[in-house]
Write a protein that binds this ligand. Structure first.
Ligand SMILES: Cc1ncc(COP(=O)(O)O)c(C=O)c1O
Length: 449
């Protein structure tokens, strides 16, 4: 299929989609036809390094050979089954996750990330008898049209027809742009104190939970400062509220540890995972303690979908966990993080537009600014870098907090080789050089040379 035919189909039969202003029109987007390992190929035969890991579902790489083997074997025996009966892959997956998360040994399975968030919030509400839920103003938790969108404050809630009641935002700890002009840790997380004082005033009922990502991915790869989550957990406990960690983007190796929460000195009460959990197939999980599961069930809790316990999806979940653990992909992520951050630190010596380099493992963000003092977001530079990279065979996504699109988000598959990372970095280096010629400026050190 060529671009002209694709454009005709999109214009006549698909819903009009924006796709992000940095991407340009339909003609600018490849029509993907094939994927393997870390590479996707379009209908014209052009190859791209996929530093977006599909839609984050291919963090093991596309079509990992062990995933193909396991899925093929399972397909031959049973791929769909009743969710009121038991089946072996489902049972094995419960056990596998329980052993991986001994403090949160109880799990339920669903299909999408949004499903898991809906189910996690219902779980918190049934376990606490509360209703109000807090989320970060730069957070994203899904696209179901009611609850998860209402908690995705990084999008415009006012675009939705109806917003779910008892959902309130608190200020994300976005230290690079601290609205109080403070520095952590000396600030003692003042933003949290102010946010919670406001939240206390806003609650419309007994509060139930706070939902948070260990790294706020879509909000611009924001990493909360060390100690922030520990204080948040204490504050929540004082209010009998639960901490839900949405680990859709941070679970299973991606941050350099098996779970994102392992970087913090807290264990959440409820943890959700999705995206690459199924190794490319859609399955999600909600995990919690014995006590929370029991309390919630006593109050009528249940969560499922027709396909939630399909043997095919559960076997995929178990295999992907085995791959992450047996191939030690967390260490591989940590190695890739070092390589990418090191390369950008070098580029930052020359290019003023590189304002901040952050993230963990294979969830990294480079925030672009017009000026390091004023920190004016460099959305134009990012659009140029995106287009140059796409043209030269590299895919990534642009993200940012509430309307800013100035963060290069790099999510390479954990299985990326050094050679692939170097190739992607070389394209990004050239793209930044090009963008600097028209939109950026050199750092004073580079200009003096
Ligand atoms: C942190 C986070 N939570 C939840 C979701 C929703 O997942 P899904 O699109 O599978 O419903 C996303 C999607 O990008 C996400 O980034």
């Amino acid at each position: 299929m060529d671009k002209a035919e694709a454009k005709k189909i999109v214009n006549n039969y698909s819903f009009p989609t924006e796709g992000g202003s940095y991407m340009g029109g339909i003609e600018n987007r490849p029509i993907l036809a094939k994927s393997i390992d870390r590479t996707v190929t379009d209908t014209e035969g052009k190859e791209y390094i996929d530093f977006q890991s599909g839609q984050m579902g291919a963090a093991l790489g596309h079509q990992h050979p062990r995933m193909i083997k396991r899925i093929t074997e399972t397909m031959k025996t049973m791929f769909h089954s009743s969710n009121t009966m038991l089946n072996v892959p489902r049972l094995r997956l419960h056990e596998r996750i329980g052993k991986l998360l001994p403090r949160l040994p109880r799990s339920v399975f669903l299909v999408s990330g949004s499903d898991s968030i809906e189910a996690a919030i219902d779980l918190a509400r049934k376990a606490t008898g509360g209703l109000d839920v807090l989320g970060f103003h730069a957070g994203l938790h899904g696209s179901t049209s009611y609850l998860t969108r209402s908690l995705s404050f990084n999008w415009n809630r006012r675009k939705h027809a109806v917003v779910a009641p008892a959902t309130t935002a608190i200020m994300a700890p976005y230290c690079y742009r601290c609205p109080l002009g403070l520095k952590s840790p000396e600030c003692s997380f003042k933003c949290l104190d102010i946010s919670l004082e406001l939240a206390d005033a806003n609650f419309t009922s007994k509060p139930a939970a706070m939902i948070a990502e260990p790294i706020l991915s879509a909000g611009g790869v924001i990493v909360p400062p060390k100690g922030y989550y520990k204080k948040l957990k204490r504050e929540l406990e004082m209010r009998d509220m639960l901490l839900i960690f949405d680990e859709s983007q941070t679970c299973l190796g991606k941050t350099g540890k098996v779970f994102g929460y392992e970087h913090e000195e807290v264990t959440p009460d409820i943890l959700t995972m999705s995206k690459h959990f199924g190794g490319g197939l859609p399955i999600s999980a909600v995990c919690t303690t014995d006590e929370i599961a029991q309390k919630a069930v006593d109050n009528g809790y249940f969560a499922t979908r027709s396909h939630a316990t399909d043997p095919l999806l559960c076997a995929a979940g178990e295999e992907s966990i085995d791959i992450v653990v047996e191939e030690d992909l967390a260490s591989r992520s940590a190695h890739i993080e070092k390589k990418i951050k090191g390369a950008f630190e070098e580029m930052a010596k020359e290019h003023e537009m590189i304002g901040d380099i952050r993230g963990r493992g294979v969830l990294l963000g480079i925030e672009l600014v017009k000026d390091r003092e004023t920190k004016e977001p460099a959305n134009d530079a990012l659009a140029k870098i995106f287009n140059y990279s796409l043209e030269h065979g590299l895919i990534f996504q642009s993200r940012g907090t509430r309307g800013m699109l100035n963060v290069i988000r790099l999510v390479p598959p954990m299985t990326s080789t050094d050679e692939e990372v170097d190739r992607a970095l070389s394209i990004l280096n050239d793209a930044i050089d090009e963008a600097s010629k028209t939109l950026g400026k050199k750092t004073s050190a580079a200009a003096a040379e």
